[in-house]
Design a protein around this ligand. Structure first.
Ligand SMILES: [Mg+2]
Length: 183
């Protein structure tokens, strides 16, 4: 009998999709101002730019989610994880309903190997019951049922109560160890 794979919920924005770079690119494009990431450490996403309404405006603008750059190393890492884990993409997409089709198209472009059954667009993530959750927000990680893994982001830089990974290479190192422990 084959052993059932452990499950991982993987967030999109700030984890698979480099939303911080997208905020910076759009802010520079629209306001002509380059905001350094170091200036946003420990600051909530919506307050990290001089115009405090910019982030909210961007996330409701058609095309924002469809054009977010890929997080470096994400595709290769997810492919590797899928060899040992059942991977689910879990995004609280209902907050911005116009992003649903954009997020699906984005996944089809970069992660066409992820089956639609493994894509969960939802509201409150606390109902997600996977063995692991990789996310950048405490509002999700604090209530997840499995092991929480915090993907590094400027807005979470001062949160220290979750295991932190700074890159997809670190995710692979961590999950490789977990796989050996669970074997
Ligand atoms: Mg996120």
């Amino acid at each position: 009998m084959t052993k059932k794979k452990k499950t991982i919920a993987i967030d999109m924005d700030g984890v698979l999709a480099d939303v911080e770079t997208q905020f910076e690119l759009w802010y520079e494009r629209d306001y002509g101002l380059k905001i350094e990431r170091s200036a946003r450490l420990g600051v909530p996403e919506s307050e990290g730019f001089p115009d405090k309404g910019a982030v909210r405006k961007f996330v409701y603008t058609p095309g924002f989610f469809r054009t977010i750059p890929l997080m470096p190393g994400a595709v290769e890492a997810v492919q590797q994880l899928m060899e040992h884990y059942e991977v689910y993409v879990v995004s609280a997409a209902m907050e911005f309903p116009q992003c649903l089709s954009e997020k699906r198209e984005w996944l089809d472009e970069y992660f066409p190997f992820i089956d639609w059954r493994n894509i969960i667009f939802c509201g409150d993530k606390s109902v997600i019951d996977t063995d692991y959750m990789i996310d950048d927000h405490c509002k999700n990680l604090d209530f997840c049922k499995g092991k929480a893994i915090m993907f590094d982001a400027p807005h979470n830089s001062e949160k220290t109560h979750h295991v932190r990974v700074k890159s997809w290479a670190e995710v692979l190192m961590l999950m490789g160890r977990e796989n050996l422990i669970e074997a």
